[in-house]
Ligand binder design. Sequence first.
Ligand code: PLP
Length: 367
Amino acid sequence: MSKVLETRLEIDLGALKSNFDLLKSYLSPTTKMMGVVKAFAYGTDSVLIGKHLVDIGAEHLAVAYIEEGVRLRKAGVKVPILVFYPQLEELKDLIDYHLTPSVYTHRFLEGLCSELKQHNVNKFDVHLKINTGLNRLGFELSELDSVVKHLEAEPKIKVSGVFSHLAASGNKDEVEFTKTQISEFKEARSFFKTHLDYDFDSHLCNSSGILNFTEAEFDMVRAGIALYGYGNNPTEHKMLKAVASLKTVIAQLRNIQKGDSVGYERKFKAEGPTQIATLPLGYADGISRMFGNGKAQVLINGSKAPIVGNVCMDTLMVDVTGIDCKEGDEVEVFGKNHTVIDFDREQQTIPYEVITRISQRVTRLVV
Ligand SMILES: *Cc1c(COP(=O)(O)O)cnc(C)c1O
């Protein structure tokens, strides 16, 4: 008798270690690793993954928001935690929990300094973010003079890092652009080396930067997606191991005939005798409606079964015609044996989006 299990996200810490070691093998032994655990560690579990990354050698962690950093601190994480998008409203927590903000505007720097004054805190660690072409967040190269002037007036700040972010490090057609970003970053770095009378960590590379532009490793790298098992091309995907496997079971099997429809709006119509399996997993669990109507497929007993009809809130239906299966059988939506690339078979989106969307309703389970 098969055991009925609920929909769950299995987390494989061995795969995380293997990906971590692989990335390390691209780097010089002294280069530090910042493990990026924003967005629930890319949809898994930020405390579990963050702690494990520290255990296996990550010197730093990074999150997007202050609240994400607070969660790690409350769970006992002691290493420096960089916050990519700190909000002025949460500065008290930033200071109380000694999180390191990314500073990318004068406005934020002012807000931070006045909060530090109120709390009588000195030499507070920050990382300065420099815009080198992503045009998202960061000081321009032309602003660096004014940044240094601002810092000289604010002895409460200690610049422990200077960083920038690559726009297309995974794209072979944009190598020239990336090289320009690298040289602009070098310019910013030398500027601060000249104007600050103490040392700091420089960092530029995200996952695909590590894999494709090792010459830009500087003092530290920021690894996200590759730690979770995904790269930017089939070769990279093969070297990495999926940390998260989304699994469920067949809730019900049914045979339908030519002309019968499946699901809301009757989007699927059988062309002949068809076997349909219903899975207890829907868009409220993070499987977007864009994956309905054959755009994605799951793995059942070694065979691929396409989603038919519209994805519902709590369920979806797949075509299992010709697949040897029964109610209660395990289904791998994506994971170790069936990657997100296999699931999202028309590559409608990127692995980042698929894995970070798995909702908190889904039980996380360490295997
Ligand atoms: C998310 C993020 C990263 C990690 O990028 P990956 O491509 O997932 O490795 C690094 N740096 C910044 C600023 C980020 O926002």
